[in-house]
Design a protein around this ligand. Structure first.
Ligand SMILES: Nc1ncnc2c1ncn2[C@@H]1O[C@H](COP(=O)(O)OP(=O)(O)OP(=O)(O)O)[C@@H](O)[C@H]1O
Ligand SMILES: [Mg+2]
Length: 252
């Protein structure tokens, strides 16, 4: 029995922080002593790299799980924590543009009970890989930047969620929106946040938003969990702790 704890983090727009948010949540989970599985669905393999693996040296990857490999045979430990596991991406994902969307879903259903959550880091597109992710997910969480361009694409994402719900996965829910890269002082960002709130509703926008902070950039570059920076990352780490708690309530 699946626990309905598979969560896809997505947006067709690149660079909004899908990977940063996925890994921030994984860091918060590990800090709390909870177990997570990160599934890297992006051919860029950013999450794989940040979690300490070299994508060129990956043996068994998401590509294989999309084919016929069992999830248990693709899961590896991360360099971060015994509580953070990974199904890594490899270059071969690039070529993967077909296949049965239900395959990933059934594969993850065999392992999801071993984790508090399974986090799917989706690529910046609404193609086959994201469709696979949404088909496997119980919850879709959008990562959005509060800018004019950041808001433009979200209608298309909502349409894809609708479409996957219709054709492949009636369990799928658009469970929330995480705002990322919020500048300290910006009338423009405030207006865009208001606009987003009008579009998706107040309850759909998870609190707190994640501020724009150099330490997040640095953590990604140094391939370290955000919680490992102590006082320097306290504010951002606390934001991820609160979002992880919110995610846990959403799953239950
Ligand atoms: N809140 C933030 N503050 C500062 N920098 C951030 C923040 N969130 C993300 N970044 C930086 O922005 C860049 C893009 O982030 P990230 O790779 O997480 O986005 P993405 O949506 O996963 O990108 P892609 O679409 O390519 O997968 C990275 O350099 C990251 O360090
Ligand atoms: Mg990414």
């Amino acid at each position: 029995m699946s626990k309905h704890n598979v969560v896809a983090l997505l947006n067709q727009k690149g660079g909004v922080g899908k990977t940063t948010v996925t890994l921030g949540l994984a860091s918060a989970a590990a800090q709390a002593g909870h177990r997570v599985l990160v599934v890297d669905l992006d051919p860029q393999a950013s999450a794989t790299w940040v979690l300490g693996l070299d994508p060129r040296e990956v043996d068994v990857s998401t590509v294989d799980v999309l084919a016929r490999t069992r999830a248990a045979d693709a899961i590896v430990a991360s360099a971060w924590s015994d509580d953070v596991h990974l199904i890594p991406a490899s270059d071969a994902l690039q070529a993967r543009e077909s296949g049965s969307p239900a395959r990933l879903r059934s594969a993850l259903a065999e392992v999801s009970r071993d984790y508090h959550a399974v986090l799917l880091d989706c690529p910046p597109s609404l193609g086959n890989l994201t469709t696979n992710g949404l088909t496997a997910a119980d919850h879709a969480v959008l990562v959005v930047e509060p800018s004019a361009l950041g808001l433009r694409g979200i209608g298309a994402v909502a349409d894809l969620i609708d479409d996957v719900w219709d054709t492949h996965n009636a369990d799928l829910e658009l469970s929330g929106v995480i705002l990322n890269k919020v500048p300290a002082v910006s009338g423009e960002a405030d207006r865009r946040t208001d606009e987003l709130t009008r579009i998706v509703g107040k309850k759909a926008v998870w609190q707190p938003a994640i501020p724009q902070r150099v330490i997040l950039n640095q953590a990604i570059g140094e391939r370290r969990p955000i919680h490992s920076y102590g006082a320097r990352s306290a504010e951002v780490s606390a934001a991820f702790d609160a979002l992880w708690a919110k995610l846990r309530r959403t799953i239950r």
